[in-house]
Write a protein that binds this ligand. Structure first.
Ligand code: HEC
Ligand code: HEC
Ligand code: HEC
Length: 107
């Protein structure tokens, strides 16, 4: 009986943790001010819907699991880092493509 209660607590707790931990993918966003390039909104749902898994971004060294945890620059992305690991014209529209700037940067 005691074991059952402990188990249910574990289940409830992991759901509660999932709610916070899944902050980004579960339809939430991370905003970058854009450092002059125009505000960038990263939408976790768009990326989850495209099949991106947590590990693709967070265990591969692309991004820390902390808002503002990474210093992201166009130069680094053009070299294949951060967003540029996918936004390279192969997996997704390229950070180098002048027609795509506005897909990320909003005024
Ligand atoms: C396509 C890439 C991508 C995927 C997939 C992804 N994340 Fe993230 N995540 C990011 C980025 C980018 C940030 C913001 C990092 C920064 O600001 O430097 C972030 C931030 C976070 C944060 C911190 C949020 C905050 O407000 O501080 C958490 C927690 C997180 N992600 C968890 C997850 C989990 C759990 C998954 C899988 C269910 C996941 N992420 C999938 C890119 C991704
Ligand atoms: C995949 C999304 C994405 C695309 C496409 C993109 N950017 Fe960015 N850009 C970012 C992010 C993220 C930052 C970092 C913003 C921050 O930290 O506030 C950034 C930063 C910048 C900055 C700030 C200075 C620097 O060099 O890092 C400028 C200027 C900029 N982008 C211009 C552009 C132009 C011009 C294009 C098109 C040729 C473009 N960006 C395409 C996401 C993108
Ligand atoms: C794991 C690979 C991956 C990473 C890392 C990644 N993206 Fe994406 N992103 C995608 C894919 C795939 C799409 C769908 C692109 C398409 O349909 O061409 C997408 C779509 C988008 C879109 C939607 C554009 C639109 O209006 O349809 C935006 C904006 C975007 N990404 C911004 C970012 C930013 C900003 C970062 C870095 C903080 C980032 N992405 C990192 C794979 C990734």
């Amino acid at each position: 009986m005691k074991k059952v209660i402990v188990m249910s607590l574990v289940v409830v707790l992991s759901f509660a943790m999932a709610a916070t931990v899944f902050a980004v993918p579960a339809g939430k966003t991370v905003e970058f001010d854009g450092k002059g390039g125009g505000k960038v909104v990263f939408d976790g749902k768009i990326h989850a819907d495209k099949g991106a898994k947590c590990a693709d971004c967070h265990q591969s060294g692309l991004f820390k699991m902390k808002k503002g945890g990474d210093v992201i620059t166009m130069k680094d992305m053009e070299a294949g880092k951060n967003c540029g690991a996918c936004h390279n014209g192969t997996k997704a529209f390229s950070v180098k493509d002048a027609a795509s700037c506005a897909k990320c940067h909003k005024k």
